[in-house]
Design a binder for this molecule. Structure first.
Ligand SMILES: [Zn+2]
Ligand SMILES: [Zn+2]
Length: 295
């Protein structure tokens, strides 16, 4: 051993800093890169103790030199924890959920400053945000094929309750790893409550669209025609048959809500059978010869 070596790796690097001392240890970061990590203290002894601890920590595994943002941490987590351990399809799903939903809203937050309230607010908001709007899906279409959110007719594509649940699962799993790595002390995603799943809102019809639908229903002699036109208060429309419950808005627009929970209620897809949008953009009633409804 040389004289220099007996001093111990790095011990010689304790140096006066501001009103005290500082020292550093070369550590391997979670992303695999090597970097100096500094410790500080009032006295040389204090810094020496911290330096010994850090040195031991560095020998045991990766050390974070500073607390990363959630976005940076998720990048590391996907490539070093998820991909090597999970099925490719699962890893791809996690990557998509992280990129489209988590990073845009929470990615810039420092991992240890991610609080329960921000995560709860985020997950509530995700559940009611049109993802066509948020992700610019319609805006990416060729200008002559844009058909909803980019031309002021929001298609209201909110994520399914299942997706919202998956989002919490992914975040909880990533934060659990961060906790194991001692970057955070508690997993806020595990404490988050999922928003109660509500019925999906259908798209609102203009009164012109509703008129087309009713005329079409009448000419097709739909047995539920009477139910469609049953008046229910001023400007309201109660189409309570299998055509789905209708609600009249104050602005004269009609909303046909399609329930996904009630077994007997039609789904959005069913409405397609009844109200077929023709090439000209007009709604046409399609006689109730819809294919069998699963269940
Ligand atoms: Zn849209
Ligand atoms: Zn939209």
């Amino acid at each position: 051993m040389t004289a220099k070596r007996t001093r111990g790796n790095g011990e010689g690097s304790i140096f006066p800093y501001r009103n005290g001392f500082a020292a550093y240890v070369w550590v391997t970061k979670p992303d695999g890169k090597r970097q100096r990590k500094y410790v500080y203290g009032k006295t040389r002894d204090e810094v020496h103790d911290k330096w010994i601890k850090l040195h031991q920590q560095a020998r045991q595994g990766p050390v974070a030199t500073r607390i990363p943002t959630l976005g940076d941490y998720l990048t590391y987590w996907l490539s070093e924890v998820v991909k090597p351990n999970l099925a490719p399809l699962t890893a791809a799903t996690y990557e998509t959920l992280v990129r489209l939903y988590i990073v845009p809203e929470l990615g810039a937050k420092r991992l240890d400053r991610l609080d329960l309230r921000s995560v709860q607010t985020w997950i509530n908001k995700v559940g009611r945000t049109c993802q066509c709007c948020a992700q610019g899906k319609d805006a990416r279409r060729r200008s002559d094929t844009r058909r909803c959110c980019a031309i002021g007719k929001c298609c209201n594509s909110t994520p399914s309750p299942r997706t919202v649940k998956d989002l919490r699962t992914v975040l909880r799993s990533a934060l659990s790893q961060a906790k194991t790595e001692e970057l955070i002390s508690r997993n806020v995603a595990a404490l988050v409550k999922l928003p109660a799943s509500r019925r999906r809102k259908g798209k609102a019809w203009t009164s012109e669209e509703a008129r087309c639908f009713l005329e079409s229903a009448r000419s097709d002699r739909d047995p539920l025609y009477a139910a469609y036109v049953l008046p229910k208060g001023r400007g309201a429309w109660a189409g309570m048959g299998r055509g789905g419950p209708g609600r009249g808005g104050a602005d004269g627009r009609l909303a046909v809500a399609a329930s996904r929970s009630a077994a007997a209620a039609p789904r959005d897809e069913d409405r397609e059978f009844r109200c077929h949008a023709s090439a000209s953009g007009h709604l046409r009633h399609v006689a109730a010869s819809a294919p069998s409804r699963g269940g």
